[in-house]
Design a protein around this ligand. Structure first.
Ligand code: GLN
Length: 209
C-alpha cells in the first residue's frame, strides 16, 4: 500500500532494538522512514516510533546522545508516537517493576508492568482482536513483554489477551496521537497497525498545515 501523496517523515529511534523492522514496516505503508540518533534528526520528523528492545538501555543511550529531553518535549507537545514493547514502557507515565533508577519519557497515562508475563512464557504468540482494525485478529508476538496494569480516563484500550492464564490483560492502548503495544507488530508481515499509525500522522499533519 504505497501512497505517494502521504510521504510523512516518520522517525524510528535508532539507538537499540528492532529498528530495521520498523523502518521497513513504515516504508511498506507509504511513509518516509528516518532513523533518528541525533536531536537534528528528531527535529526533522513529524512522528516517531520507539522500537522494541530494552527500555533501560534505550534510556541510557538516549541520555548519552542528548536525545532524552528533546524526546520528552516533542512527546509532551503532541508529536504522534508509536511504541512497541520497550517503546510502550518508555511512553508510560508509571512503571511497576522498573529497574533501579529507571525513568520514562511519559505521555501515556498508564502504569505498565515490565517483564509481566513471567519466565515460563517469556515469549509467546496470540491472535488478538484489536479495536479499530478490520480484517480479523492480529497475530501478536510477545517477547519478555510488559502489560498495561492501569489506565487513566483518556486512554483507550485497543486489545486484551483474549484467553488463557492472562486473559483480560491489556496489551494495546491509544491516547490521542500515541499508540503503544506490548507486542511487536514490526516483526510480522501484518502492517495494519503501522498503517493505522501513519494515517493518524497524516491526519495530524494535515490539520496543522
Ligand atoms: N523487557 C524489555 C524492557 O524492559 C522489553 C522487551 C521487548 O521490547 N521485547 O525494555
Amino acid at each position: 500500500m504505497v501512497r505517494p501523496e502521504a510521504a510523512v517523515r516518520v522517525g524510528v529511534l535508532a539507538l537499540q532494538g528492532d529498528v530495521r523492522e520498523h523502518l521497513a514496516a513504515l516504508a511498506d505503508v507509504g511513509a518516509e522512514p528516518v532513523p533518528v540518533r541525533r536531536p537534528a534528526e528528531l527535529a526533522a520528523v513529524e512522528a516517531l516510533v520507539l522500537p522494541g528492545g530494552e527500555s533501560t538501555t534505550i534510556e541510557k543511550l538516549a541520555r548519552a546522545f542528548e536525545l532524552w529531553e528533546p524526546l520528552r518535549r516533542r512527546i509532551a507537545a503532541g508529536m504522534p508516537v508509536f511504541g512497541s514493547c520497550a517503546g510502550l514502557i518508555l511512553l508510560a507515565d508509571q512503571v511497576a517493576d522498573a529497574a533501579p533508577g529507571q525513568t520514562t519519557l511519559g505521555g501515556l497515562d498508564i502504569t505498565v508492568r515490565r517483564n509481566a508475563f513471567g519466565r515460563q512464557v517469556d515469549s509467546f504468540e496470540a491472535d488478538l482482536p484489536v479495536a479499530g482494525l478490520d480484517g480479523g485478529p492480529l497475530r501478536a508476538v510477545f517477547i519478555r513483554a510488559p502489560w498495561v496494569e492501569e489506565v487513566g480516563p483518556q486512554v483507550e484500550v485497543l486489545a486484551r489477551i483474549p484467553d488463557g492464564r492472562y486473559a483480560g490483560r491489556i496489551v494495546a492502548v491509544r491516547q490521542g496521537a500515541i499508540l503503544a503495544t506490548a507486542f511487536h507488530p514490526e516483526i510480522t508481515a501484518d502492517r495494519r497497525l503501522h498503517a493505522a499509525f501513519v494515517s493518524t500522522v497524516i491526519g495530524q499533519v494535515a490539520a496543522s498545515r
